[in-house]
Write a protein that binds this ligand. Structure first.
Ligand code: ADP
Ligand code: MG
Length: 229
């Protein structure tokens, strides 16, 4: 068996707000292989965002471990964690998170500016990525000049900028109407296939789940995987 791209073991996270404790994860375990598209399903509040944040090293667990590409995320020194987030992981958030004053092309270029990529190479990469998501003709437009679906496509292009080996997508269609949403998942599939990336996508949108190689169910802070669906 090939080494997993992501290995989540007994992951636990409890939020404490004053005296109230909210256990979001209580021993979640799963692995994702290189090149796999794994969907995480669960009702609102089931811990999907928490799980993705812990995998991406945006927050620290109370218990258990996350390994990304063999590295124990919580144990990494700050500089190595930053490098992991910059070079290995691409994030797509529920609301696109684009910089409003930058054009589509400039938004996609942001992660490339954190690396030593030469300007000409950056331009070429941005061009290829905008083409990949069908926005070659919208490079100069600002986010407010784009539709919701187009913005989310820019966000996907941005997530792929540094050739990540893992993309974490948190309800990428959550803010879109169903028709626009239906176009995003096949796109994610296609770009990921062309770049050979592992994807973990959180969603409670039933229509999107058909595109996944595997569907995990998050409930009561634990992950189960139906034998068939
Ligand atoms: P989902 O993404 O599936 O909707 P979340 O991971 O956002 O679920 O949240 C899981 C649980 O943890 C929810 O009960 C939520 O209210 C709680 N929670 C999430 N983030 C925080 C936080 N920063 N502080 C306190 N509670 C939180
Ligand atoms: Mg969420």
């Amino acid at each position: 068996m090939t080494a997993p791209m992501v290995a989540v073991q007994d992951l636990a996270k409890t939020y404490r707000t004053g005296k109230v404790e909210v256990p979001a994860l209580r021993g979640a375990t799963f692995t994702a292989a290189p090149g796999e598209l794994v969907a995480v399903r669960g009702r609102s509040g089931s811990g999907k965002t928490t799980l993705l944040n812990l995998i991406g090293g945006l927050d620290a667990p109370d218990g258990g471990t996350v390994h990304v590409d063999g590295r124990d995320v919580a144990a990494l020194p700050e500089d190595e964690l930053l490098a992991l987030r910059r070079d290995v992981i691409g994030f797509v958030f529920q609301s696109h998170g684009l910089v409003p004053v930058l054009s589509a092309a400039e938004n996609v270029e942001v992660p490339l500016r954190l690396t030593r990529t030469a300007p000409s190479e950056r331009d070429e990469r941005v061009r290829v990525l905008l083409g990949l998501v069908g926005l070659a003709d919208h490079a100069e437009q600002r986010p407010y000049e784009l539709s919701g679906g187009q913005r989310q496509r820019v966000a996907i292009a941005r997530a792929l900028a540094n050739r990540p080996r893992l993309v974490l997508a948190d309800e990428p269609t959550g803010q879109l109407d169903s028709e626009t949403a239906a176009a995003i998942m096949p796109l994610l599939r296609a770009v990921v296939a062309s770049e050979g990336v592992t994807v973990i996508v959180a969603t409670h949108d039933q229509a999107l789940l058909a595109q996944a190689d595997r569907v995990l169910h998050l409930e009561d802070g634990k992950i189960s995987e139906p034998a068939s669906r």
